[in-house]
Design a protein around this ligand. Structure first.
Ligand SMILES: C[S@@+](CC[C@H](N)C(=O)[O-])C[C@H]1O[C@@H](n2cnc3c(N)ncnc32)[C@H](O)[C@@H]1O
Length: 386
């Protein structure tokens, strides 16, 4: 019998691959529940008292904490194991995806050919440097690299990695972020009925599909820069019975018409862009929205204390999430206002996902997901501003 959330595009690990993937999953769980809490303990008992004695004050921010913690042997021990767990995760998953790749490509083609929705790729799209220069979160080749014709490997890897990376937190269909943000919108603006919406940075469409279910009448579009994730996404959506129009486009400048959407969303995309791209993406959202339309960007947790921020920033220095540190401090409502939204219509809200300690990787603490909310002014207000 298929496990819940099973769909036709998921790779099938064999006996030994299953054993290795299960080992990596429990290794990461062990790190999150048994080893990472020790980092907080050495900070409280060893590093912080020494800092106070030397400086007669508290550490000013996560950067000062980091300078001290990098010298600590226990932190080095945890950090090395955490990094190794990420490398092993991709190593073990790549074995399955490589072995099954021909079959996955055939399945994707068959599903895409028959399914609802659509898939439009752009072989001439310039892949932004922030993707081409490094393998984000160490995923081999990132979201965009193609190693074979009609490649779907990046999509299969991402789908299979999420339950290991987040200890199953996103649920059987890896869709908790989309469910949470769609629920957030229903609560935040109960009168709002999206008729045409766009999900930016959709990858495999895991967070896109809940929007189709929440508003079945809406026309749902989803974009990403990576062709392999989009091929996989369309086939996956068809396999799961959803109608989504996927296209390969850069969120900094899309081919869609002005004012053609009433809702633009993203789920954990912004922190994987760049300082230059971020204002361009927000300006593009403003261009794409009709007057009165809504923009929602859900981002990764920032941490409530400097120590939590230091722990979360591990990703920036050790997992090729190079822009995540900047996002910790970025004033997103101000950036949205500079991109054309009225400052009074831009706010930071929070959506809580209710994750357990083993799912957080870096110990307990504030793990609510920040959401940038902005509404494009009505046509009258826009005219008055101009
Ligand atoms: C962390 S993944 C998130 C995927 C998915 N939204 C989810 O909730 O799991 C970020 C995605 O954003 C995409 N992305 C980053 N920059 C982009 C850009 N400028 N335009 C379109 N997609 C982009 C990446 O290719 C990647 O698939």
């Amino acid at each position: 019998m298929n496990a819940p959330g099973h769909h036709a595009m998921l790779p099938h690990p064999d006996h030994d691959e299953t054993a290795r993937q299960e080992w990596v999953r429990t290794f990461r769980q062990h790190l999150a529940t048994r080893v990472a809490p020790g980092v907080a303990a050495v900070y409280e008992r060893r590093v912080l008292p020494r800092f106070r004695a030397q400086h007669q004050r508290e550490p000013a921010d996560r950067h000062e904490i980091r300078r001290e913690m990098l010298q600590d042997g226990y932190h080095q021990f945890w950090s090395a194991l955490q990094r190794r767990s990420q490398e092993l995760m991709w190593d073990t998953l790549a074995d399955t995806v490589e072995r099954e790749h021909d079959a996955l490509v055939s399945r994707a083609k068959a599903l895409s050919a028959d399914g609802p929705g659509s898939l439009e790729l752009d072989p001439d799209l310039d892949i932004p440097t922030y993707h081409a220069a490094v393998d984000i979160h160490l995923q081999p080749g990132g979201y965009h690299s193609e190693f074979a014709p009609d490649d779907v490997a990046a999509g299969a890897l991402y789908d299979a990695a999420l339950p290991i990376y987040l200890a199953g937190a996103l649920g059987p269909e890896n869709d908790l972020l989309g469910r949470t943000l769609a629920g957030f919108l229903a609560h935040h603006a109960p009168e709002f009925e999206p008729r045409r919406m766009l999900d930016m940075g959709c990858a495999i469409g895991n967070s896109t599909l809940p929007w189709c279910r929440a508003w079945p009448e809406a026309e749902v579009h989803a974009i990403d820069v990576g062709a392999p994730v989009l091929r996989y996404a369309h086939a996956r959506a068809v396999a799961l019975g959803a109608r989504v129009h996927f296209s390969q486009q850069n969120a900094e400048r899309t081919r869609f018409d002005d004012a053609s959407f009433d809702l633009v969303v993203s789920h954990i995309m912004l922190h994987e862009t760049s300082r230059a791209a971020l204002p361009r993406i927000l300006a593009e959202c403003h261009r794409l929205l009709r007057p009165g339309g809504l923009m929602l960007h859900m981002e990764i947790p920032r941490g409530g204390t400097p120590f939590e921020q230091f722990m979360l920033e591990w990703e920036t220095y050790n997992n090729n999430e190079r822009f995540a540190g900047y996002m910790t401090d970025a004033d997103l409502p101000r950036l949205a206002a500079s991109a054309g939204f009225d400052a009074t219509d831009c706010t930071m809200e929070r959506a809580s996902l209710g994750m357990s300690t083993e799912q957080k990787s870096y110990g307990a603490g504030d793990f609510s997901f920040p959401v940038l909310v902005a509404r494009k002014a009505s046509a009258d207000a826009e005219r008055q501003r101009a």
